[in-house]
Design a protein around this ligand. Structure first.
Ligand SMILES: [Zn+2]
Length: 59
């Protein structure tokens, strides 16, 4: 495993922080994942239904 490099900054990764080179980079990657979860692309929901439900007030 001599090819292991930090995916964040490209430095050689530390065995203790693989695949990152430091805790900071590991944290940065985690942040990317967390923020990414909030930006999950999805289909538009409240667009097609609007006038398709005449009995919208009965629910
Ligand atoms: Zn790094």
């Amino acid at each position: 495993m001599a090819d292991a490099t930090c995916p964040i900054c490209g430095r050689p990764s530390l065995p203790a922080q693989r695949p990152f080179c430091s805790l900071r980079c590991a944290d940065a990657d985690l942040g990317h994942w967390l923020t990414g979860r909030y930006r999950v692309p999805g289909p538009p929901a409240d667009e097609e239904r609007g006038e398709l439900d005449p009995e919208d007030g009965l629910g």
